[in-house]
Design a protein. Structure first.
Length: 174
């Protein structure tokens, strides 16, 4: 578990599934993803994250507010497992419930996850998103990642012609 002043970044619990599924049904939270997630798709994602964490020893951890003990989303690290210029690299990613936006919580969680990764001797951490996701790449900049336009790519899991196809890449080194 990673602790910050306001957050607990921890393994997932069964009680996280319902609020995570609600996030997956929020059009604003999912605006830069191919679509909303059904409850079955959301649960399958939690299962994949749990398997990834068991396999790698890290992953996209659940994030909860310390004071309220309320699940607010996820943040963490994962190995990029699809063909692209950063395949095999460690990615930092996050997704928070809309009620948690605008409070610096994503930044707090991401900085703690970066520190954890560098403490585990990870030399380079990347992140990527669609160009229209200004909140996400703005956070990448605020936590110290640098734009790497030479690594931008068309996501192989997104349909051709989709405005979500192109991804921009940022990186930070230890």
């Amino acid at each position: 578990m990673i602790e910050t002043a306001r957050l607990l970044i921890r393994p997932w619990q069964e009680t996280d599934r319902a609020p995570f599924a609600a996030m997956g049904q929020d059009p604003e939270v999912m605006a830069h993803f191919p679509g909303l997630l059904s409850r079955a798709d959301s649960d399958a994602m939690v299962d994949r994250i749990a398997a990834m964490m068991a396999d790698q020893g890290f992953g996209f951890w659940a994030v909860e507010q310390r004071e309220t003990r309320q699940f607010i989303g996820f943040c963490g690290l994962n190995r990029v497992n699809f063909p692209c210029p950063v395949a095999g690299e460690i990615e930092i990613g996050w997704r928070l419930a809309r009620a948690a936006w605008g409070q610096g919580l994503a930044r707090e969680a991401a900085q703690a996850c970066l520190a954890w990764g560098f403490g585990q001797a990870m030399a380079r951490i990347v992140s990527f998103t669609v160009p229209a996701n200004t909140r996400s790449w703005g956070l990448m900049q605020r936590i110290g990642l640098q734009r790497r336009a030479d690594l931008d790519f068309d996501h192989p899991r997104i349909a051709d012609g989709s405005p979500l196809k192109r991804h921009i890449v940022y990186e930070v080194r230890a």
